[in-house]
Design a protein around this ligand. Structure first.
Ligand code: WTA
Length: 645
């Protein structure tokens, strides 16, 4: 493949790529001419059982209705229609287990499996509108369970398998899930790790849960509650593989996905069916330039995050993808694993996070260079800003100096990609997400809602509703309005929580969160969630948490704690106990990188912890303005503690 043309720091699409690209300049022209007509056209990518009367009803803003009155079945669109179109023998999923076991499912197989699961869920008494929690590693049954829910109009709530039983329980309770689907255990770095044990702990006393459906993945021993627990292989695998889907309203809730906000309690983001699937399908087709039947696609996310929902399940499958699903970590059994998988399956589109790219850089290019990666023709990045060095390395080493990179900005709340270059159309700059996609409108503004010119740092807002937008926060619509719509209430803009700027050439740069949300290896974690976890430990009186810059993970979690009276500071042991406690309360991914025990925390006269100053300390900078502090001398002991590590 011929390389794209580089002029200065701008990479223009190659003619070769542009000629056959799915996207062309006509997309933007169509969206500019009539945005709603544009989305009307995009919705026709899907099969609808009944048409809509109106593209957008925004009369109840900020709660949108897209494709009003239209009806469709999301699972039918992701599975059945490909079989009916004669593509049943195409592989949908190449599964690669961590221990090296493999399994390929065609669309035909997927239809049979989803139908069986749907029949089992129905036998268990579940009806449209009920909630199902899914707590599983990256195995095909996780995707099958999600699609079976979609097929029946059950609303799934996938909880990342790395979350603790506490975190699972609060999500089950909040959504009042009736069914929990899980596994006996999951493979982690060559060994089975229990998962049902955590699931058992989570559902003990959880009144909403009627059944726990368990996939046998590792064969490890599990506790069993008769009447409540069911094996997948004794139920789903024995069920009929015939199932007729019924259509649901375009606004039927498809899933709830919990994400961290600025307060301690995670928010259940609600997504619905028609608009969500339209934008998932449109973006997957155009941003990844996906060619069904030819490409082999691999998104390395976990289904526990929104990237897994939209770019492993709904977007790709609605477009008839052939994709790789890999269960394990990138270094099991060694650092070659991802490159071996790319080589083995001929992966042509690879979508991952900057934190992993930086890890690959650290491991050294000899590792990818030892493999034939010539199948790669497009690379994607998501989850955090990608630094220009990582971008260049990604393009040169993984993309053979020719594959276009799509740096995709979006959020759990936006449901699908919002800002990204279009391959074959957009000339890209390392580190920039470039521009809103056709059909999407964004602005960069200051506190007073003035649009900023080129060069000015401001807040990223979305000034027009979009099809995949969240429809609310589960059980708390006030919080929905408050969190996203109160900042620019007068203008009716969605406040994304990210800082951004346009550079002198008009390229858009996302600069990171402007609120108390940290981004650690692309995982969203709120400072107050970690603070609450620390304070729930008997030794801790008060805690302050900040995200400090980290070369590999983007940000690292740094905590400052004040101990309760009469608690002895046992040094390393105490720090270890506190880190473990956070893992139990939230997840190992939320463990602070560093915890300093301090006698006092810097506070403003009104009693607010000054996180900005703590960040300066954590990042080893000279202290900024301390004039509003009650007592600036509190920093002396904090600094001493820092230097002690
Ligand atoms: C950040 C993940 C810069 C951002 C899809 C956003 C990014 C948060 C990018 C959402 C990107 C995501 N460039 N920052 N390409 N993609 N982010 O909900 O801060 O897990 O607000 O969704 O990740 O994280 P979430």
């Amino acid at each position: 493949m011929s390389g794209s043309q580089q002029v200065g720091d701008v990479f223009a699409p190659s003619l070769e790529f542009a000629t056959v690209a799915n996207a062309g300049p006509e997309l933007q022209a169509a969206a500019d001419a009539d945005r709603l007509a544009f989305w009307d056209t995009q919705a026709r990518r899907l099969d609808w059982a009944s048409p809509w009367s109106e593209v957008l009803d925004w009369s109840d803003a900020p709660v949108a209705k897209w494709f009003v009155g239209g009806e469709l079945n999301v699972a039918y669109n992701c599975v059945d229609r490909h079989v009916l179109a004669g593509n049943g023998d195409r592989v949908a999923i190449h599964f690669e287990g961590e221990p090296g076991d493999t399994r390929s499912l065609t669309y035909h197989d997927l239809l049979a499996e989803v139908s069986k699961a749907a029949n089992t869920f129905t036998d268990l008494g579940l009806v449209a509108g009920d909630r199902v929690a899914i707590y599983m590693p990256m195995i095909p049954e996780a995707i099958i369970a999600m699609l079976a829910c979609a097929r029946l109009g059950l609303t799934h709530s996938v909880v990342f398998g790395g979350f603790s039983s506490h975190a699972l329980r609060s999500r089950i309770d909040d959504a009042q899930a009736k069914l929990l689907v899980t596994v006996d255990g999951q493979w982690r770095r060559g060994a089975p790790a229990p998962l049902k044990a955590a699931a058992d702990e989570a559902v003990s006393g959880a009144e909403s849960v009627e059944h726990v459906l368990v996939v046998k993945r590792t064969g490890i021993d599990v506790e069993w509650t008769e009447g409540r627990d069911l094996w997948w292989h004794e139920t789903v695998e024995k069920a009929s593989d015939q199932h007729t889907p019924v259509p649901f309203d375009a606004e039927h809730p498809l899933f709830i996905l919990y994400t961290s906000g600025t307060t301690g309690k995670p928010k259940g983001i609600i997504h619905t069916s028609g608009g969500y699937l339209t934008q998932a399908s449109y973006t997957h087709h155009n941003v990844f330039d996906h060619k069904p039947g030819t490409d082999v696609y691999w998104c390395t996310a976990d289904i526990g995050w929104v990237t897994g929902h939209t770019y492993i399940v709904y977007g790709p499958l609605s477009n008839g993808v052939t994709q790789v699903v890999y269960e394990g970590t990138p270094n099991s059994p060694n650092e070659h694993r991802h490159f071996e998988i790319i080589e083995k399956y001929g992966v042509s589109i690879y979508y991952t996070a900057p934190t992993l790219i930086r890890t690959f850089m650290k491991w050294g290019r000899a590792i990818p260079d030892a493999h034939d990666l010539s199948s790669i023709r497009l690379l994607g990045s998501v989850g955090e800003p990608i630094n220009p060095e990582a971008w260049r390395w990604y393009r040169e080493v993984i993309g053979a100096n020719s594959a276009p990179i799509v740096d995709t900005w979006w959020q759990t709340e936006t449901g699908a990609i919002m800002i990204s270059p279009l391959p074959g159309v957009t000339a890209t700059k390392p580190g920039s997400a470039m521009a809103p996609l056709p059909g999407i409108s964004a602005k960069i503004v200051d506190d007073e809602a003035h649009e900023l010119g080129h060069g000015g740092n401001g807040y990223l807002v979305l000034d027009q509703p979009w099809p995949a937008m969240l429809r609310g926060i589960w059980g708390d619509m006030d919080r929905y309005r408050e969190t996203y719509w109160s900042r620019y209430a007068e203008q009716g803009w969605y406040f994304a929580g990210d800082g951004a700027k346009y550079d002198e050439d008009g390229a858009l740069w996302v600069l990171g969160r402007v609120d108390d949300v940290m981004n650690v290896s692309g995982h969203r974690i709120s400072t107050s969630e970690v603070e609450s976890a620390l304070v729930s430990h008997p030794a801790v009186a008060e805690a302050a948490v900040v995200g400090a810059a980290d070369d590999t993970t983007g940000q690292g979690i740094v905590a400052f704690v004040i101990l309760r009276e009469n608690v002895e500071n046992t040094g390393d042991q105490l720090v270890k106990d506190l880190r473990d406690h956070v893992a139990v309360e939230i997840s190992p991914i939320a463990k602070p990188r560093q915890i300093s025990v301090v006698p006092e925390l810097p506070k403003t006269r009104s009693g607010k912890i000054m996180r900005r100053l703590l960040r300066d300390v954590a990042e080893g900078r000279e202290l900024g303005d301390t004039s509003t502090l009650v007592d600036p001398s509190v920093f002396e002991p904090i600094r001493v503690h820092r230097s002690q590590g």
